[in-house]
Every structure is written in C-alpha cells, then in structure tokens.
Design a protein around this ligand. Sequence first.
Ligand SMILES: [Zn+2]
Length: 186
Amino acid sequence: MKRQAKILIPTALCSDLHAHIFRGTTEQGGFLFADLSQAKGQVVLSATASYLVPRSGWERQTGYHLSLRDEERLKVMLMARERDSHLVEFHSHRGMGPAGFSVSDTAGLAEVLRYVKWKLPGKMYGAIVWSHMQVAGAVWTSPPDGVMPISDVVQIDVSGNPKPLRFADNRALESSVRGWGYRRQK
Ligand SMILES: [Zn+2]
C-alpha cells in the first residue's frame, strides 16, 4: 500500500491559520503542533495548537519568498519539544497557480529537516503549501528520511465532522516530493 499522511485541523485553528496566511500581500506562514495516530499504514497528524509567525519572525518576507529567522525556528522547535509534539510547517503561495513546493522551498526544507533531526529527535515533520486554490504537502516520518505525500488536509468541526480542503492533484504532489526519494509503491 502506498504510504500517505493525513493532517487533521480543528475548525477554529484552521480559520485562524487561513486568515493569517492570506492577509497582506506577502507570503505568510506558521506551524502546527500535532499528535500522531497511525492506522492501516496511514500516518495521521492531528493538530492541537498552532503558532502563527509574526512579521518580526521573518528574515525575508516577500510576495514569493519567506525565510525564517534562526532564533524563531529554534523557538518553535523548543515549543514542540516542550509539548512532546510532532511539527508541521505551513506557508501561503500568493499566486493563483497550483500548490506545490517551489525550488527555494525544496532547498530550504533540506536544511530544515537536518535541523529537525537534531532538535526534535524521534518526531515527524510535515510541510504544507497553501495556495488560493489548493493545498499540498509532505510528511517526513524520520527526518530527513521517510518522506510521504500528504493525501488530505481535513478541517474537523466541534462535533467531529470532517470537511476536506481542496487538494492539489496527486501526481503533482508526488512529483514535488520525488526529489526526497519518495517512490510510488506498486
Ligand atoms: Zn513556498
């Protein structure tokens, strides 16, 4: 079976997140702290809290690029460690195109994943790109290895009803994580 990951986000967290990443004209981002459950080979990360990165947390923030300050990244890693959580980063892409990792996202993530291995040993790390139309992402089960595409990002309301968010085409997703050694299993 093809290994995939699913991200569950409570509605209130999801609306805060959405309002944050699409305000202004620049890219915006943040992190989800998440608990893990695994069922039938599927990794499910359930968000319990979020951290929305303020303007002061970015070293560079433009309409097409974000880079986080080192001290901000360290702060978030320590927050995750304190909560004994897995960590999922997210950021917005402000164009109308399909969602997927950009070349600079891929380069940045390679560095981040080595840092996660060191600062959050034994924890998973996810990355999500959010465009106006779509959501796409991947989870690393043992950073920087064990990459799998995220198959769904689902909003869960207070009574537990799921509402899937619009997702990127699966082939585009798989090609965006292929650089990390992901292969579709027959
Ligand atoms: Zn990006």
